[in-house]
Design a protein around this ligand. Structure first.
Ligand SMILES: [Fe+2]
Length: 337
């Protein structure tokens, strides 16, 4: 806090660099108002006028609610060779070097998110795993190079220009995006998982997440079909999109969420008989999504719900720079930044 005897010029410097505390603002308001009009201050980075009146900011879009992080998608597989070729060579992601390094499971790091792939009969997520990478050219080149290695599997890909749709060897649909304002500052990660649901169920699913999971939900409608966009962390969503197409049977795959209020949703899920697994002190699971008003079962997707005190929360994940190649090696550029 500036000394009371410091002149107006010093106060102006503090205001420009945004280092004003609430206390300082209270105790020096009359002095700062003498420097700038009440509703105008300077934007620290650009030194451009910025309207600072309280009504000029919409705070709601910045509230993520209770789900802090959509952290991983778990889909099993039976052959780490072809699974690795797809996720690591084809899409340019990174195998977790520290956890599950043998053949019983493999974790693939994608920014702050992961794909978990235990070695068991393969599962297919009913919908789409959205992935984000700095440059789609990496996936374009990688996927073009792996076709012969994945012959006889369900591998396929289609370059739509603005996105690349790929099917993993086991049938999981992955949509690759380049960074864009829709995903905020994220450049590498899993910004969304999208699931098809029956016509008429999106509103009830929205109520489930709002009332039980305590997450903000945005409802949209297109061509008479609704979609519920559940906020699942900063710039992350779980999207339930209504569809008239037949929805495949559920095979046991799961998503993992970290939540700020861990006990609150647990109590409500338990009261409704929806807890499917009490995993440990920091994790429980549920599978059924119901309309909280009627109790109607609307969709099945196992959720692995973890507390922020879970030992794995915010664990640093290693991500490589897929452009680094032995034949054109650049010292110091191994890691993704
Ligand atoms: Fe999991």
């Amino acid at each position: 806090m500036p000394h009371a005897g410091i002149g107006a010029g010093v106060h102006a410097i503090w205001l420009i660099f945004g280092r004003t505390s609430l206390h300082w603002r209270r105790s020096n308001m009359r002095r700062s108002e003498a420097i700038f009009p009440t509703s105008i201050a300077l934007r620290p980075s650009l030194l451009e006028p910025l309207d600072m009146t309280p009504s000029s900011f919409d705070r709601a879009p910045e509230s993520v609610g209770n789900i802090v992080l959509l952290e991983h998608v778990n889909v099993t597989q039976t052959d780490q060779r072809v699974t690795s070729v797809f996720w690591l060579q084809g899409l340019g992601f990174t195998r977790d070097p520290y956890m599950h390094v043998s053949d019983g499971n493999m974790w693939v790091n994608i920014g702050r998110q992961q794909i978990h792939s235990p070695t068991r009969p393969p599962q297919v997520l009913r919908g789409t795993i959205g992935v984000l990478m700095p440059d789609l050219a990496v996936a374009r080149a990688g996927l073009a190079a792996i076709g012969s290695k994945l012959a006889g599997t369900r591998f396929a890909w289609h370059d739509q220009g603005y996105v690349i749709d790929a099917t993993c060897p086991w049938g999981n649909h992955v949509r690759c995006h380049a960074p864009q304002p829709r995903f905020g500052p994220m450049r590498l990660g899993i910004p969304y998982v999208e699931l098809p649901v029956a016509r008429g169920s999106a509103a009830g699913i929205a109520r489930f997440y709002e009332q039980i999971m305590r997450a903000p939900v945005r409802l949209e409608t297109a061509a008479g079909l609704a979609s519920a966009h559940v906020c699942a962390g900063a710039h992350q969503e779980i999207i339930y999109r209504e569809s008239d197409a037949e929805i495949a049977a559920y095979d046991g795959h799961h998503i993992a969420l970290y939540v700020a209020d861990f006990a609150g949703p647990h109590a409500e899920l338990k009261r409704r008989g929806l807890i499917s697994e009490e995993s440990d002190q920091w994790q429980y699971r549920f599978e059924k999504i119901v309309d909280p008003d009627s109790g109607t079962h609307l969709f099945t997707l196992e959720h692995e719900v973890r507390s922020l005190t879970h030992p794995l929360f915010a664990r640093p994940l290693v991500n490589r720079n897929p452009l680094q190649q032995q034949g054109a090696y650049t010292p110091g550029q191994d890691a993704f930044f």
